[in-house]
Ligand binder design. Structure first.
Ligand code: AGP
Length: 607
């Protein structure tokens, strides 16, 4: 996904927009650019690479302006380059556009416009947009955008300015996130809260089809037919601090350390004195009773959280749960009907594959529940019911606190379903919540063991491949550890079910191959450990993550990471912490960009 930001008002738009853009860099960072109207002219500056490259290439201190738009890119159509960077300008040089999303019919439109004499410089789909607007322009930018929107197909969050209308900023939201921020002096448009929160907490989360006509001291919102509409102003409780590093070297380290507090908050908001409260937007006991099939779907780390949720629901509610990654779910015959409940997990609430799977589930009549971390995100509008992670802004591309707070949300969903099905009682719920309440302090204990994780990182950082193994819930934690490490260190990692290794994958083991085994589930730890022996017999360097007191694990490991004991079903909350820190320190030791790993973006809003 990309990040877009714009400002119009009496302050210095160039400065406001460049600062706001830096807060969006986690959304995509292969090139960046800015357009402003300064000295009566439309000027556009772009650079490949991170925003700092753009700032170093030009002296923006003289580019005083009252209206500006900017963009930081995660490439879809066209390689990362200066010419493909946004903003894109119409071939007459008058209209500049920043875009997050995709133009599906850009080729047919491009051919038509080329026949009319329009010219194109880039390989991008986006460059078609300012030219379609230009083709429809007859002196009113808003009307031209409304007409252009009718011929464009795809997903759009747009910021548009024109040299012919110097005191106007037009914005459009259609299937890509965009908000309007109301400042004391002027207005901002932005892809998400982080780029405006230092200026205001008064936000309008625009709806699909909304077109905003913004002047320095006023705005109007129209639907796609040009009818004026009203939109609610939300006052959010984010602070700029929550979107800054607060003394940590990286957002990833900060967010790993924020987990105890985030988990504590996520637990406390869901019960009153160990009685589940009903302040969450979920299905009633009667609605849950009618549910015959439950599914969970998501992508990446969110999918791993969903798989832990699957185990929690199955073990507590005694009902089978089908989990499937969203990019498969949407095309598979999942046998959904109105007696199905599908739980979608998404930190950003903008992941295209997850949103597409959600739309398919609704089309087939299923009830849908979304678990997300971002207020006002698209998923909050598409799902029947929404519950939040309460993790606060997660900036680092590698997801950590969102993962563990997604687990908390799923544990409470599992308890609610199990209670509705009569499978557990208040005493069971109290027992689970009491164990959950110990988790924050137990995570703090693990965080203190950082020297051990630094040493492990130094031992494994030069490996060609690193494997993770585990059984049942431990296999899910192994998958999450493998993903964390590969996406931050760029080392090839893979997770295997411990019992499966001997059926082929053990051929990959060479003397010194690091294997990180997760062995926490009491009833199968011994089985996992016997698999460790098979690995050690072939020279593997086995690092075991296990519960304190499992001394027999020590004899079948070359390194041992001990975590505090909790309920088996809750152990993923603890076992993932060493994995997160091992990934962090390995990435750091390799000199990688820990928060913005190559080729990645915080949320993938394209399919
Ligand atoms: C996790 O560390 C990755 N950044 C990635 O797998 C992520 O979890 C996935 O893209 C899903 O994102 P979402 O939770 O915002 O939908």
């Amino acid at each position: 996904m990309c990040g877009i930001v714009g400002y119009i008002g009496n302050k210095n738009a160039t400065e406001i927009v460049l600062n706001g853009l830096k807060k969006l860099e986690y959304r995509g960072y292969d090139s960046a650019g800015i357009s402003m109207i300064t000295g009566g002219k439309l000027e556009t500056y772009k650079k490949k690479g991170k925003i700092v490259n753009l700032e170093n290439a030009y002296d923006f201190s003289s580019k005083i302006s009252n209206v500006a738009i900017a963009h930081t890119r995660w490439a879809t159509h066209g390689e990362p380059s200066e010419v493909n960077a946004h903003p894109h300008v119409s071939s007459d040089g008058k209209i500049s556009v920043v875009h997050n999303g995709i133009v599906e019919n850009y080729l047919e439109l491009r051919n038509k416009l080329q026949e009319k004499g329009f010219t194109f410089k880039s390989q991008t789909d986006t460059e078609i947009i300012p030219n379609v607007i230009s083709d429809n322009y007859d002196g009113d930018l808003l009307k031209a955008v409304i007409k252009a929107h009718k011929v464009l197909r795809g997903s759009f969050a747009l910021g548009i300015i024109s040299s012919d209308e110097k005191d106007r900023l037009v914005a459009l939201r259609d299937s890509s996130p965009l908000l309007l921020a109301i400042l004391e002096d002027g207005y901002m448009i932005a892809s998400d809260i982080t780029s405006v929160i230092e200026h205001t907490n008064k936000l309008i989360f625009l709806k699909d089809g909304d077109i905003v006509d913004i002047k320095k001291d006023s705005y109007k919102i129209y639907d796609s037919d040009g009818n004026e509409v009203d939109r609610e102003v939300t006052e959010v409780d984010y602070t700029d601090e929550s979107a800054s590093k607060e003394g940590y070297d990286h957002f990833l380290l900060k967010e790993i350390h924020e987990q105890p507090k985030a988990i504590e908050k996520a637990i406390s908001l869901r019960h009153n004195d160990y009685v589940l409260n009903d302040n969450e937007d979920i299905f009633t006991k009667e609605e849950l009773k009618d549910i015959e099939k439950i599914y969970i779907s998501a992508c990446g780390t969110a999918f791993h959280a969903g798989e832990v949720g699957k185990y929690a629901i199955e073990s507590l509610a005694k009902i089978p749960v089908i989990s499937e990654i969203a990019s498969e779910f949407r095309y598979k015959n999942m046998f959904l009907d109105e007696k199905s409940l599908v739980i979608f997990v998404s930190q950003s609430g903008e992941t295209a594959d997850t949103l597409a799977a959600l739309k398919e589930a609704k089309r087939l009549g299923a009830k849908t529940l979304a678990i997300t971390n971002v207020l006002g995100s698209t998923i909050t509008r598409d799902a029947d019911k929404v519950i939040y992670c309460y993790a606060g802004p997660e900036i680092s591309v590698a997801s950590t606190k969102a993962y563990t707070t997604q687990l908390i949300a799923l544990y409470f969903v599992a308890m609610r379903i199990a209670k509705a099905k009569g499978q557990i009682d208040d005493a069971d719920i109290k027992n689970i919540i009491e164990a959950l309440e110990k988790i924050p302090a137990q995570i703090d204990e693990i965080l203190k063991d950082k020297e051990n994780f630094k040493e492990i990182a130094m031992e494994i950082k030069d490996s060609n491949s690193i494997f993770y193994t585990g059984r049942l819930l431990d296999f899910i934690t192994a998958k999450e550890g493998a993903l964390k490490l590969k996406e931050t260190s760029y080392i090839h990692t893979e997770a295997f079910p411990s019992g499966e290794l001997k059926h082929g994958s053990i051929a990959l083991i060479e003397p010194g191959t690091p294997v990180i085994t997760v062995a926490t589930q009491s009833k199968i730890t011994e089985k996992t450990i016997s698999n460790n022996q098979e690995l050690i017999a072939r020279g593997a360097k086995v690092i075991s993550i296990t519960n304190r007191g499992n001394d027999f694990v020590k004899d079948a490991s070359t390194n041992l990471v001990e975590i505090p004991k909790t309920l088996d079903i809750l152990t993923p909350l603890l076992a993932v912490i060493p994995e997160q820190l091992i990934a962090y320190y390995t990435s750091l030791s390799l000199g990688n960009d820990v928060d913005k790993p190559r080729n990645l973006a915080k949320s993938v809003t394209v399919e």
